[in-house]
Design a protein around this ligand. Structure first.
Ligand code: ACO
Ligand SMILES: O=CC(=O)O
Ligand code: MG
Length: 572
């Protein structure tokens, strides 16, 4: 059987036909995802028309921005280093500030994150965190079911009607009457297509679908109930340049015009999570200055991006993944410069995610994990961050205590009090400094064990998982993948365990075999057989041993989760 653009069977593509099997669509739209009465509440003709308008207006600029990424990659691969752009020095040195932070989101001491799953949305909004970042990105496997259910869930959450009945435990979940977290939504990155919705004969841009449908259905209720006249609020992932931020700014302006609301109503926090973007923080804020509520240290993707950017630089190999933390000089410099930049421009400097999660069955290990989280948060608040991320409700009290007790009393943030002028001396060399540490066989094994299990979960519709007592999502899995690739490509010596062995395809092949056996032992034969472990192993192994590094793990794996109507209703 032939394979279509995204690797799915052509037969399915051809049989899908226009009209999306029941959805009422505007001209130029072909819905190829499964029909569902609930999804039809979201995929209304008007909402789709808005997405179509965004797609038509911005598709060429998005394509151009992605071409620019390729061009930058070519330069880095030829030996260039990312750095500050002399042409935009006037922006970095100018005295402009962003629009004032809306009162509704002035206090962001702890933000919980999680996929747009129904029970988790309720738990997160009730969790006591100041903000909930509902995720279509790192924490979500973008199956048609997950995306559309996610939109339904968010709509119900914004209008306050969301409930969930856990039949197994006979427990009903609903929102607290008061003090629910403020909702931010993170759409996918620019690079991901939405292959279940075709517009003018090509897949829609994933993030325009996520943004467009959410905005269209929720802006009115959101501004009344959550934003005090502002919002909706967003997190924007994986950008590399201010050119990309400018597109988002125009998308926001377009949305505000469509809705007839004031310019600057929509607000967004940009994740600084690529190496090129750390040199563009002022420029990114400048483009979004009327729509900004700050920047966030997306530390996991940032580490991934360090490897990716330096894929052709064998002198910048990473040590074991567990050793690349926020105390490495390049990571600390990135966080310090982000704080200084944000506070100078009058917006939040948000911290990132500690990977530890509660360990239920081992109080001692649980206390040790909590201690690591506390240390990480203490470092963040003392450095000047205005808030941080928690992956699990069980971590919120500890994070909240640390941020509350280490900020000036009764202040929602430290934008004014922690200027961090000392960070103005941070240089390109500081931001690029090679991470220190050793490489071990256990590091290679752990990357492999975690990477395969993560991909297996992702292929079956789960985008964030607990593995070995840590939170794993697309960003952490990317580190495992690219680090293996880098070590194999350059035949690095494992210098940390006294073995002196060099990594090559043969050693990696043995590691994969042994780790697959271990995974089977750990998850049990039944689950192993029923799960997608073998498929995940094929994808992960191919990517780790490829001659040239794939840009994203999830772009390749996405081919495996696209299901076109009427080929078969969803198995996920
Ligand atoms: C790099 C980045 O981008 S980081 C941001 C993206 N990543 C994330 O958002 C990860 C979010 N966290 C999670 O997905 C989960 O916490 C995991 C997968 C790490 C752990 O999940 P589990 O082991 O299932 O958690 P656990 O069983 O301890 O959950 C206990 C309860 O807490 C709830 N819970 C756990 N995490 C969350 C969360 N992030 N938000 C809301 N509720 C949560 C569960 O729903 C469960 O509720 P219940 O008791 O009512 O049934
Ligand atoms: O999105 C957050 C990250 O660390 O990556
Ligand atoms: Mg990320």
């Amino acid at each position: 059987m032939g394979v279509g653009t995204y690797g799915y069977p052509e037969e399915a593509t051809m049989r899908s036909g226009g009209g999306g099997g029941g959805y009422d669509v505007p001209d130029g739209v072909d819905i190829r995802g499964r029909y569902d009465g609930e999804f039809a509440r979201i995929l209304t003709k008007d909402a789709l028309q808005f997405v179509v308008e965004l797609q038509r207006e911005f598709r060429n600029r998005i394509k151009y921005a992605l071409e620019c990424r390729k061009e930058a990659k070519r330069r880095y691969n030829e030996g260039a280093l990312p750095g500050f752009d002399p042409a935009t020095k006037f922006i970095r040195e100018g005295n402009w500030v962003c629009a004032p932070v809306p009162e509704a989101v002035a206090d962001r001491k702890v933000e919980i994150t999680g996929p747009v799953e129904r029970k988790m949305i309720i738990n997160a909004l009730n969790s006591g965190a100041k903000v909930f970042m509902a995720d279509f990105e790192d924490a979500l496997s973008p199956t048609w079911e997950n995306l559309m259910r996610g939109q339904v869930n968010l709509k119900d959450a914004v209008d306050g009607s969301i409930t969930f009945h856990d039949k197994a435990r006979n427990r009903v979940y609903k929102l607290n009457d008061r003090n629910t977290a403020k909702l931010f939504v993170r759409p996918r990155g620019w690079h991901l297509p939405e292959a279940h919705i075709f517009i003018d004969g090509e897949p829609a841009t994933g993030c325009l679908v996520d943004f467009g449908l959410y905005f269209y259905h929720n802006y009115k209720a959101f501004r009344q109930t959550q934003g005090a006249g502002f919002g909706p609020f967003f997190y924007l992932p994986k950008m590399e340049t201010s050119r990309e931020a400018k597109i988002w700014n125009c998308v926001f302006e377009r949305a505000e015009k469509m809705a007839g609301i004031e310019r600057g109503s929509i607000r967004a926090t940009v994740l600084i999570e690529t190496l090129p973007a750390v040199f563009q923080m002022d420029e990114i804020l400048y483009e979004l200055r009327d729509h900004s509520v700050g920047l966030n240290c997306g530390r996991w993707d940032y580490i991934f991006s360090y490897v990716k950017t330096f894929q052709a630089h064998p002198d910048r190999l990473l040590p074991d993944r567990v050793l690349v933390g926020m105390t490495q000089h390049f990571m600390r410099s990135y966080s310090d410069l982000l704080i200084r930049t944000c506070h100078r421009r009058g917006v939040h400097a948000m911290g990132g995610m500690a990977a530890q999660i509660p360990i239920r069955d081992d109080p001692k290990a649980n206390e040790a994990a909590l201690d690591l989280v506390r240390k990480d948060k203490l470092r963040e608040v003392k450095a000047g961050h205005d808030g941080t991320w928690a992956a699990h409700p069980g971590l919120i009290p500890a994070c909240m205590d640390i941020f509350t007790n280490n900020m000036p009393p009764n202040t929602p943030n430290q934008i004014q009090s922690m200027r961090r002028e000392d960070a103005s001396t941070i240089t390109e060399e500081d931001l690029l400094q090679r991470p220190r540490g050793v490489r071990t066989l256990e590091g290679l094994r752990l990357n492999t064990r975690v990477g395969i299990q993560y991909v297996a979960a992702w292929l079956t519709g789960t985008g964030s998982v607990p593995l070995y007592n840590l939170m794993e999502d697309a960003a952490t899995a990317e580190i495992s993948r690219v680090q293996n690739w880098q070590w194999i490509k350059y035949g690095v010596e494992l210098d940390g365990d006294g073995l002196g062995v060099r990594v090559g395809k043969e050693l990696f092949g043995r590691v994969v075999e042994e780790e697959m056996e271990r995974i089977e032992r750990e998850v049990g034969k039944e689950k192993f057989k029923k799960g997608m472990y073998k498929e995940a192993c094929r994808i992960f192994t191919r990517q780790c041993t490829a001659q040239t590094l794939d840009d994203f793990l999830t772009l390749d794996a996405y081919n495996r989760i696209v299901l076109h109507y009427p080929k078969g209703s969803s198995k996920l």
